[in-house]
Every structure is written in structure tokens, then in C-alpha cells.
Design a protein around this ligand. Structure first.
Ligand SMILES: Cc1ncc(COP(=O)(O)O)c(C=O)c1O
Length: 511
């Protein structure tokens, strides 16, 4: 039993004592509070248990030295105070190290070296516990059954894979692989520079034209990834005199694009056109040069589809340009697979259709499909387009072939949706909370991040590999396992996964 240092941090009205380095709770006799980053005041810090009444909200910030305050870890902590004994700066062994990396500054840890040391330490702790999800590798690349390796713990396990967005399984399509191989001699590997400075080829042009026709827009512009598409396009079309109103669950690339644009912004509640309308009613459009509304078509974290048609209706009442991210819908919705805007008949009203080529089309890259003037504007003024090397020919050719297959093989979509229904129905029958979506992104909501991490570890040990989505991708203790169904999964793989999830539920009482 020993004494340890800790920082007191108030989060969501609960006090956490964060020990650095992490310690085993059963070894601690007492905790010295090094300093507190509280927006509360402790009137009489003294040794002994902290009682909630000691905290008032009168003074903004107070710093305590280690010797000023100490309290014993007793089995009966005062109500309202939760002490997480093994947390380095706010972490349990199973929580997300990104929280340290992202929040350390707010907690008073300013030095980059110290932030990096704590992050590294938290990763090492999780690696030791087998709960760190990121140091795993798919042997021989993405596939629906493959060996998943964890070098740090020396584990190698054959798994059914549920975490790639390869909705149609086209990454293993023999025809696409053959065409790419046959054209590599002619086109070579990388492009060596950006599209505007000589990297562009006839294949790039062919893909842009193909996407424009597919999505029903006048033109399309290619970026090297979906992420840089959002970053590059949004930061170019919007300026500080503009207002962006976006769904608050939008992807990080959209949010980073908004930040980079310097535009003013507001958020509306997830998939809530009423709330969007209320916001639009309250603003004076004359105060802004342009107003944009941004949303995802299918939300990557919940699998829920957005009410795009309702947003389009609002365009009849309010002056705004509509930008829809189709990352999780292009290739899998719509008559020819062009996406959710096609599926809902909204392509004409949506001003910017953004898509990625990394998911259903099993390549890499992103695009904006839009009217020709907007595309010209982006080509000449978007930094991530002008100053970033363009996509290598192999990926362009793979995407072109994938789109051809998607347009002419509706069976692929039929298989995907059949698999999706089978998996979703199976989970619902087992009693899991899968939210309100119907898309191939199937979450299983598990409120406690520590349980979530251990369920994930259990699944891996039983040959089911998927990721847990926790902070910072979603709010804390609002996590979920995410299963991404593909046409590439077999019925046997779906049934086996359901039966292993049933076992997981028995062990961790998820339902
Ligand atoms: C909604 C959304 N937009 C954009 C992206 C970025 O796409 P990419 O990974 O192809 O760069 C993602 C990636 O997952 C996404 O989910």
C-alpha cells in the first residue's frame, strides 16, 4: 500500500482523481492531489475524505499543491465523487488514449513532451491489457475472413472481419484486379504531382466524367481522399462572411473543413429538419454572403439515413446551398448505385454531392459532383486540390471498373441488403440495441466504454474482428461496436458472428 499523486479533474459534475502513472487501486492507501483544474473552489482543503459540500462554484480556478490536500481512498467514497484509481490523466485502462492527447492541455498539461509521454503510457497500458484496438493488422490485406495480428501481444487469430467499409466486396473482384494489372505497364505507378501541375491523365478525366454522369451532375472533381475532399471543398467554398449550418453528428473531415474555412457556423440536431428550419427562420440571410447546409447522407457512426428530401424542401423557403456527404451511400443506394441523393430523387436539388472511392468502390479518393462553374472554381482555388499529388493510376482504374460493375450488377446491392437484413434482424432478436438505422452500418450500443473495450477483446479472442467506436469519435460512454455488413460476407459468417455475440452478451450482460 502506498501513497500516490493525482490530479483532480471535474468532468460532467463528477470529480475524478487521475493518477500518473496508472496504479492498481488495491495498492493505494491515499492520494495526494497535486493540483486541481476545477471550476470550483475548495474552501478548506485538508487531509481526510473530500465531502461534496467542500466544493462550491464561486471561484473560477484554483491550484493546489500536493501537500495542501490529500484524502484517503476508502471503500465508501462520498456520494457524487467517483475516484478512478488507475487513470493516467482521466483514463481507465480501457478508455481511449486519444482523450489524453486531445484534452491534456485543458487539464493543465501544456508541454507536448508530457502530453505525448502520457498518451504513449496509456497506449502501453492498454496494449498490456489487450484492449488497445489500433495495433492490429490484417495479414495479406483486407478480406472478410483473414488472419488478424496483434504484434505487441504476439496474437495471430483467424477472424471474420466486420470493420472495413468494403460494402460490395469489390476489393477482391478478379475482373478489377485483372484490368488494373493489365494497365499498370502502360500507366506506371504514382503520378508525381498534383492534377493542375501535370499529374492528371486521361484516366483521371475519364473517372471525373464517369462520376458526373453517374451522379447526375454537370461535372465532378477528384481529390486524393474522401477526407481531403471535405477539407478542401468546404474550406474553399465558404469564407468568414458565410454561415455553415451542419448536422452535429457530421464527420471530422467536415468539421475540419468548416474550421479551416473560418466561416461562422451553427449546428442542428442529428437528422432533425424541424430544428434546421427553426435555425433558418431565426437568421437574417442578409447578414451573410452565403449560407450552406451540410449533412451526411448516411451517418457513419449510427448507420442512420438523413432526411435529405426534407432538407431539399427547405430550399424552397430559405436561401442556402446544400452539401451532402455520400461517403457511406455512394455505390450502395439508388437505381444505378449513385447514392442516397439518387435513391431519394434529390440529386438535382443538392448543390454539392461529396463521395468517397475508398468504401463501396474499394479504391481510394474522393469527389465533389456539382455544377460546372463550382467545379471550375474548386479546381483553381482549392489548396488540397492544387497542392496535393493526385491519385495513382492503379486506384483510378480500379474505381472506374468498380463503378462500371456497380452500374451493371444490381445483384451486388441485392446481396448487400439481404445480408444487412439478416444481420440486423438477428441482432434485434437477440435483444441488442442497434439504433434506428437500416443501412449496412450496424451499431451495437454499449454505454460503458470499459465494457465496450472488453467485449471487443472477447470477440477478437473468438474470431470476430470489429472496432469499438468510443471517444473522440463519439461522446464519452456513448460508445458502440460497429459492424459493417458487406455483400462479401457469407450467410455462415453472419450466423457465426451472431452466435458469438450471443455468448458475449451472456458474459458481459450487454442487452
Ligand atoms: C462521412 C465520411 N466522410 C468522409 C470520410 C473520409 O473518407 P476517406 O476515408 O475515403 O478519406 C469518411 C471516412 O470514413 C466518412 O465516414
Amino acid at each position: 500500500m502506498h501513497n500516490t499523486d493525482a490530479r483532480l479533474v471535474k468532468q460532467d459534475n463528477v470529480l475524478f482523481a487521475h493518477t500518473v502513472p496508472p496504479v492498481d487501486a488495491s495498492d493505494i492507501a491515499s492520494i495526494n492531489i497535486e493540483y486541481a483544474t476545477l471550476t470550483t473552489d475548495i474552501d478548506h482543503p485538508s487531509p481526510g475524505p473530500i465531502v461534496p459540500q467542500s466544493f462550491t462554484t464561486t471561484s473560477p480556478k484554483k491550484v493546489f499543491r500536493a501537500e495542501e490536500i490529500a484524502f484517503r481512498l476508502t471503500p465508501t467514497q462520498p456520494p457524487g465523487i467517483e475516484v478512478k484509481e488507475s487513470d493516467p490523466a482521466g483514463f481507465t485502462d480501457t478508455a481511449h488514449p486519444a482523450e489524453i492527447a486531445r484534452n491534456a492541455s485543458k487539464w493543465g498539461i501544456k508541454s507536448l513532451k508530457e502530453k505525448a509521454r502520457l498518451t504513449y503510457q496509456a497506449i502501453a497500458t492498454q496494449n498490456k491489457n489487450g484492449t488497445y484496438p489500433y495495433d492490429r493488422y490484417l495479414k495479406n490485406g483486407s478480406n472478410f475472413v483473414t488472419i488478424v495480428e496483434t504484434p505487441v501481444t504476439n496474437i495471430s487469430k483467424e477472424c471474420i472481419v466486420w470493420c472495413t467499409n468494403l460494402y460490395l466486396g469489390l476489393n477482391r473482384n478478379p475482373h478489377i484486379i485483372e484490368v488494373v494489372k493489365s494497365q499498370l505497364d502502360l500507366y506506371g505507378t504514382g503520378c508525381g504531382t498534383s492534377a493542375v501541375s501535370g499529374g492528371f491523365s486521361n484516366k483521371h478525366k475519364e473517372l471525373e466524367s464517369e462520376i458526373a454522369i453517374w451522379t447526375g451532375k454537370e461535372d465532378a472533381i477528384l481529390y486524393p481522399t474522401g477526407f481531403t475532399t471535405n477539407l478542401g471543398a468546404i474550406s474553399t467554398i465558404a469564407t468568414p462572411n458565410d454561415l455553415i449550418i451542419f448536422d452535429k453528428e457530421c464527420h471530422a473531415s467536415i468539421i475540419d473543413g468548416i474550421k479551416l474555412s473560418g466561416a461562422q457556423f451553427k449546428t442542428f440536431r442529428n437528422n432533425n429538419p424541424k430544428h434546421l428550419e427553426t435555425i433558418l427562420e431565426k437568421i437574417n440571410p442578409d447578414q451573410f454572403d452565403n449560407i450552406f447546409v451540410l449533412t451526411e447522407a448516411v451517418f457513419g457512426m449510427t448507420g442512420e439515413e438523413a432526411p435529405i428530401a426534407k432538407y431539399c424542401e427547405l430550399k424552397n423557403k430559405f436561401p442556402f446551398l446544400l452539401y451532402v456527404d455520400e461517403a457511406h451511400s455512394v455505390g450502395i443506394y439508388g437505381k444505378t448505385g449513385a447514392g442516397y441523393c439518387q435513391h431519394t430523387g434529390c440529386s438535382d436539388q443538392v448543390d454539392f454531392i461529396m463521395g468517397t472511392l475508398s468504401k463501396a468502390t474499394a479504391s481510394i479518393g474522393g469527389f465533389i459532383a456539382c455544377r460546372k462553374e463550382f467545379a471550375a472554381f474548386l479546381r483553381i482555388s482549392s489548396n488540397p486540390y492544387m497542392f496535393q499529388a493526385c491519385l495513382p493510376p492503379a486506384d483510378i482504374i480500379a474505381a472506374i471498373e468498380a463503378i462500371k460493375i456497380i452500374k451493371t450488377t444490381p445483384l451486388l446491392q441485392t446481396k448487400l441488403w439481404g445480408n444487412t437484413r439478416r444481420f440486423r434482424d438477428g441482432l434485434i432478436q437477440l435483444g441488442f440495441n442497434v439504433g434506428n438505422g437500416t443501412s449496412p452500418i450496424v451499431p451495437i450500443f454499449i454505454e460503458r466504454d470499459d465494457v465496450l473495450a472488453n467485449v471487443c477483446k472477447f470477440l477478437y479472442s473468438r474470431g470476430v474482428y470489429t472496432n469499438w467506436i468510443a471517444y473522440p469519435a463519439v461522446k464519452k460512454n456513448n460508445g458502440r461496436l460497429r459492424f459493417i455488413v458487406s455483400a462479401g460476407h457469407t450467410v455462415e459468417q453472419i450466423e457465426e458472428t451472431l452466435s458469438i455475440l450471443k455468448e458475449a452478451d451472456k458474459q458481459f450482460m450487454i442487452v
